[in-house]
Design a protein around this ligand. Structure first.
Ligand code: ZN
Length: 101
């Protein structure tokens, strides 16, 4: 089920993906939203710097591990413009993040 606020967050991901593309990178963008609907962190794809691990979903997992308690991570939602790759899926699981939209 996608509600109006989910829709707004997903549109933000598409905008971030567009920003990444315009910056010469691959078009991916993701945001991390807390249980009460606050956007905590945004990231775009940055593999253009020759580091193929610089995916936005991976950046979110690292940010969450550094800045959030486990219960906050589990209650948060990651919105993303594309499906998680295996690396980012693993990182998402290892840091205990919640829902992916
Ligand atoms: Zn990835």
């Amino acid at each position: 089920m996608i509600d109006e606020s989910d829709q707004r967050h997903l549109e933000r991901c598409v905008q971030l993906a567009t920003d990444a593309l315009e910056a010469g990178d691959e078009p991916f963008g993701s945001i991390l939203v807390s249980a009460d609907g606050e956007t905590l962190f945004e990231a775009i794809n940055e593999v253009g710097g020759e580091d193929a691990t610089q995916h936005p979903e991976f950046a979110i997992a690292r940010w969450a591990a550094e800045h959030m308690q486990p219960a906050e991570r589990a209650a948060a939602t990651v919105y993303t413009s594309g499906e998680h790759c295996p690396m980012c899926s693993a990182a998402h699981g290892w840091v205990g993040l919640g829902r992916i939209d």
